[in-house]
Write a protein that binds this ligand. Structure first.
Ligand SMILES: [Fe+2]
Length: 116
């Protein structure tokens, strides 16, 4: 989220579109690397929700890539799109899909439930 904050600050400071484009490119890379790491973790853990979770990652990544492309090609201000992206990632995906994954991994680490 540091990159999101840096980007928000850049937008607020009305930085040149080249600067914002660089910040957005970093956010694309960061999000892509984070999602790839999570997907590797899901595969290695045999997570049953991998397919749906990966599809959400792909949508999120596409969303931020489009912001970057629109800025680079048309000089479109990414403020509103960034807000929607952060909401979709931080407030929705993290709170639902990532939480389900964390619960699955926690149960996996605890091992099978013991019978009474
Ligand atoms: Fe995720």
């Amino acid at each position: 989220m540091r990159r999101v904050d840096a980007l928000r600050e850049g937008i607020a400071a009305d930085k040149a579109s080249g600067d914002l484009s660089g910040l957005l490119a970093q956010l694309v890379d960061c999000a892509g690397a984070h999602f790839a790491w999570e997907e590797k973790l899901m595969r290695s853990a045999g997570y049953p929700g991998l397919s749906d979770h990966r599809a959400e990652h792909a949508k999120l990544l596409e969303q931020v890539q489009l912001l970057h492309q629109d800025l680079a090609a048309k000089g479109a201000n990414p403020r509103e799109g960034l807000s929607l992206f952060v909401k979709a990632w931080a407030e929705h995906h993290t709170a639902t899909s990532d939480r389900r994954l964390a619960e699955y991994l926690k149960k996996l680490r605890q091992g099978p439930a013991k019978a009474n």
